[in-house]
Design a protein around this ligand. Structure first.
Ligand SMILES: Nc1ncnc2c1ncn2[C@@H]1O[C@H](COP(=O)(O)OP(=O)(O)OP(=O)(O)O)[C@@H](O)[C@H]1O
Ligand SMILES: [Mg+2]
Length: 339
């Protein structure tokens, strides 16, 4: 049970990324969901369990939250999602079949993973149904469990970043989309893609390229330390600006190729065209990035900031949250997840 008070039930989502930890809290009362707190804190590149625990404790203090329970997510190299077609069968039969067959789809040692399945709608005019297989390495889940134990917190839901982002989109987005659209999250270590048909996810891919790669390229080309390169990305100085842009664009070129491959694969296989593309994530806060992506991908990528459309309490940005960066999609989607 989550904390309860005058604001109704409170629900907290924590997104433990590789650049920063992000927190969102909603007050849930009847069918009204009000965003009551947001916070973000940077962590060091080799942050261990203790550092993450301390940062989260600090974030709760700053936001004056004392939750009993949080929703978390997992993604990255230790997690995978697959969409697979199976003959129509019950959940029990599917779980049984996966006991033998899961390793065909999941490229991890099956003794070291935690797996979950979801059955989607049956495929029209066939005897098949679509299934989502999601698997995460046990050690990654165990890290989350330890962090929560240190903080005396129960875990509500363990989700995956793209599903959490999509949940936020479904819950607090006010735009009208066509039938098939894509959500992109440009993070620090990764870029995640989710393609949806209406309310159903149909394709997920993670590309291991993000803001970290841009910082590394800048550090290399300008011959500065990584931390200095990180700072360059958000400063407006003219110094080395040409080299910085060139390094940035070289990384974006690689990323664009991967995005195009993913979109091409999806559109060919499913014979569907992706209409709108909405993006979030810290990486697009760097000046020039979104413009370059738009130009080279030859489609319009709209920046999507879930905090804009959400009902908010007046003091939600009290911790000096940088609102120019649309980085809260995942933690908001987590906080809005029903257990
Ligand atoms: N104001 C800004 N200007 C330029 N770059 C920024 C800005 N804010 C964040 N970034 C960049 O965005 C990236 C962080 O994005 P984000 O917060 O989405 O990552 P993350 O969720 O922690 O990482 P991941 O999900 O990949 O583990 C970093 O590379 C950071 O340098
Ligand atoms: Mg992230």
């Amino acid at each position: 049970m989550m904390n309860s008070d005058d604001n109704g039930v409170r629900s907290v989502g924590l997104d433990i990324g590789t650049y920063s930890i992000k927190l969102a809290a909603f007050a849930l009362r009847a069918d009204k969901k009000t965003l009551i707190a947001l916070n973000e804190k940077k962590i060091s590149s080799r942050a261990n369990l203790d550092e993450k625990t301390n940062v989260i404790r600090e974030m709760f203090k700053e936001t004056d939250l004392h939750p009993n329970e949080v929703n978390l997510s997992i993604f990255g190299p230790e997690a995978i999602v697959r969409f697979v077609n199976f003959p129509k069968m019950s959940r029990a039969q599917l779980e049984d079949a996966l006991g033998y067959e899961a390793e065909k789809y999941i490229p991890f040692n099956m003794n070291e993973v935690i797996m979950d399945v979801a059955i989607l709608d049956p495929i029209r005019e066939t005897e098949q149904m679509r299934v989502i297989l999601a698997a995460a390495k046990k050690n990654a889940v165990e890290e989350l469990i330890k962090i929560c134990k240190n903080l005396n917190l129960e875990i509500g839901v363990v989700d995956m970043d793209p599903f959490a982002m999509f949940n936020a989109f479904l819950e607090v987005n006010s735009v009208q989309t066509g039938p098939t659209f894509a959500l992109l999250n440009f993070g620090h270590s990764r870029t995640d893609i989710l393609v949806a048909d209406g309310k159903e996810p149909v394709f997920i891919r993670q590309i291991p390229i993000g803001g970290k790669d841009i910082s590394e390229a800048i550090a290399r080309d300008v011959a500065i330390e990584f931390d200095a390169a990180e700072k360059c990305k958000s400063s407006k100085t003219e110094e080395n600006s040409e080299k910085i842009l060139k390094a940035t664009f070289s990384v974006l070129d690689r990323l664009i190729k991967e995005i195009q491959l993913s979109f091409g694969y999806f559109e060919n296989r499913q014979r569907k065209k992706i209409g709108e593309i909405y993006c979030s994530g810290g990486m697009i806060a760097q000046e020039g990035v979104l413009g370059y992506l738009n130009e080279k991908l030859n489609v319009e990528i709209k920046k999507w900031d879930p905090t804009e459309a959400a009902a908010k309490s007046a003091d939600v940005f009290r911790n000096g949250t940088d609102t120019s960066v649309p980085q809260f999609a995942v933690c908001m989607g987590l906080a809005l997840r029903q257990p």
